[in-house]
Design a protein around this ligand. Sequence first.
Ligand code: CP
Length: 312
Amino acid sequence: MPTAEPFPHRHLLGIEGLSAADLTRILDEAEPWVGFNRGARKADQRLAGLTQINAFFENSTRTLFSFEIAGKRLGAQVSNFHPAASSVRKGESLIDTALTLNAMCPDLLVIRHEAVGAAADVAAVMGCPVINAGDGRGEHPTQALLDALTIRRRFGRIAGLKVAICGDIRHSRVANSNMRSLPLLGAELRLVGPEALLPTSLPTGASAFTDLDEGVEGADVVMMLRIQRERMAPEIANSLGDYHGRYGLTSARLKRAAPHAIVMHPGPMNRGIEIDGDVADDRRRSVILDQVEHGVAVRMACLDLLTRQRRG
Ligand code: CP
């Protein structure tokens, strides 16, 4: 439940650096927003008078739109910075762009950028809290938080659950953030994929599988990831062969997981590659659209927590 304690972080740049208590606090604060968002009137004024800038240098549907909706539902003035229509196209650097936006006195900056560490670099020159909405293959902390909320709402807990993260883990910021958050919250982590797509080092306590059937055996949560060819060396992309045959989640393969297992995917999905359409659309097992719904609630909690001190 919400407490009056200040959140002990100025920015949200990654799961790295957060404690289990920090994560639980964000999840607890997100919980009431789920019900709020299902109501007819979705207007809260706690961020009234604050300016939120969303600066997405990479494409996004879920993250950009949910941050915009989250800010507006909390009463913030939300402006979206469009790099393609900006002076970035004239060669202005990321840091000069950040300094320029900072001079307009925003109260929050949400940034997605293709470079690992971009959000941290920008945070160093901003006078307001910064939220990392994805930095290259670095981190995507609000995705990990909405994933955790989705798991917790389904099972009532995260501790002790077997979570299989499957697919292109090496190039995934979603996996990077989940590999930090889920063990902190007590989950048992399995990483499943071709050798070339597994991380070079495993988080403590995690196990790795190159066979999808073995990796999902008895799992409570099966989290599928998109093949990220845009971040992949050509020799890796060329080595993947019949990816769907070896690593695509089919309904037959899902039968190996626990009978109550849920299927997750951060989106966007490549149907017929890492996940079959009938699995993705089976609302008894698939919580993919719940993840999207919970993304708004989690982002509302993050916007609220990070601006609480500014609001006095
Ligand atoms: N999960 C996610 O980050 O999706 P978008 O790229 O659509 O924001």
